[in-house]
Write a protein that binds this ligand. Structure first.
Ligand code: KG4
Ligand code: ZN
Length: 381
């Protein structure tokens, strides 16, 4: 079955084709740079850009995959969460493409997509494990459930238990900012552009990660954390990044302008280390607590080299998709669509987008316009 998928939840206009053999045939991503000058994504501009790009990106995804629309059997798109205006462009385009040929349509949850990036067979080595040995798997392999998955993006930071290809159970989540948001806000304070994660990582390569001690870092944690008992800190599977951002602000205030400029790389490296330490500590703890020795990752922050290096050193079977499948893309949406209940034509025509982490139960029909179902996993917490 050939699947055509669209993703437009934020500022990337994406389309991909997944072949009948489960092999990725194309993965086209157009990142909107127009937002840089505003220091963040402007929702209305994002929607308009998606509108201009959607058809072009779909045409390119089809031509790169060397298939025509007539050879597509299923169309999929991100239904939510994300910016509603942006989502609606991709969702409506995809529904129209499906309806035009009376094809079935699969509405996909964006976070489920980040998990499903791990189900793709890829051309580059994507698996690391430590210690290296028989558990190492070659390139092109998909990572099959059950496993724990760390999802770290600009809007979400979650640790989830993936028991099967569809759905997951949340075992830890951020109590305030997402990890990507922490990267972006830190980058902004250090005078880097938006989104700042990758830029902060580049700056950090020239710095000393131990030059400054930030909340969440190993050095801070070994001291027991500020105002928190060491035990309570160690027990939690939840994340918190808001204090880190404030700590960077205070460090910057303590330094003179010249000092701050001279120590930017050290600040970036120490700040990045604190975010990565915090993600690794929780992931490690979740592996121990659940006894599941398999970990996957997803979300833009999983493109971070330092995080990838530290994940590779964990004593577990770790699956790290190529960076291009960690940041937003439509290949992951196509991958999730393989395991999502699709709707026959014309049942999906009234399907609406959703902005927050709410999504329909796996066993129930997806949300159509109207009151939204509460996220099934929210209710368990
Ligand atoms: O998954 P994603 O592409 O979009 C959302 O669903 O949010 O994640 C975007 C986030 C941004 O906050 C961005 O700064 C961060 O991922 N990011 C990185 C890196 N590349 C992207 N953070 C740290 N290091 C990177 N190399
Ligand atoms: Zn994302």
């Amino acid at each position: 079955m050939n699947i055509l998928a669209l993703e437009s939840s934020c500022d990337d206009t994406c389309a991909a084709v997944l072949g009948a053999d489960g092999q990725l045939r194309s993965n086209v991503i157009s990142s909107q740079e127009v937002h840089d000058r505003f220091g963040g994504v402007v929702p209305e501009i994002a929607s308009r850009q998606h509108l201009e790009l959607a058809n072009l990106i779909v045409a390119r995804a089809l031509s790169e995959a060397e298939v025509t629309l007539e050879q597509i059997d299923l169309v999929a798109a991100t239904q939510g969460p994300g910016l509603v205006g942006a989502l609606l462009v991709g969702l409506s385009t995809a529904k129209a493409l499906a309806a035009g040929r009376e094809l079935p349509f699969a509405p996909v949850d964006h976070l489920q997509g980040h998990v499903a990036a791990n189900f793709l067979r890829t051309a580059e080595p994507s698996v690391q494990s430590s210690p290296p040995g028989p558990r190492d798997r070659g390139a092109r392999q998909a990572f099959e459930p059950p496993f724990l998955c760390l999802i770290a993006s600009g809007g979400h930071t979650l640790l989830v238990h993936v028991r099967e290809h569809e759905g997951y159970e949340v075992v830890g989540r951020t109590l305030d900012d997402a990890a990507g948001e922490a990267f972006d806000k830190g980058a902004r304070m250090l005078g880097l552009g938006y989104p700042g994660g990758a830029a902060l990582e580049r700056l950090a390569t020239a710095g000393d990660p131990e030059a400054f001690s930030f909340p969440g870092s190993r050095s801070e944690r070994s001291r027991g954390g500020r105002g928190r008992s060491r035990e309570a800190f160690a027990r939690s599977l939840d994340f918190s990044f808001a204090g880190l951002k404030t700590a960077l602000l205070y460090r910057l205030r303590e330094l003179s302008e010249d000092e701050a400029r001279a120590r930017r790389a050290d600040l970036a490296a120490s700040y990045q280390a604190a975010i990565v330490d915090s993600l690794i500590a929780r992931a490690e703890h979740a592996l121990q607590r659940t006894g599941i020795a398999r970990l996957a990752v997803g979300g833009g922050v999983a493109a971070n080299g330092e995080l990838r290096r530290r994940l590779g050193a964990l004593d577990a079977e770790v699956h790290v998709p190529p960076a291009v499948l960690c940041t937003d893309n439509a290949a992951m949406i196509a991958s999730a669509a393989r395991f999502t209940r699709s709707l026959p034509y014309p049942e999906y025509l009234a399907l609406d987008a959703y902005a927050t982490g709410e999504r329909p139960r796996a066993s129930q029909p997806p949300a159509v316009a109207g009151p939204k179902a509460k996220h099934p996993l929210e209710s368990r917490r």
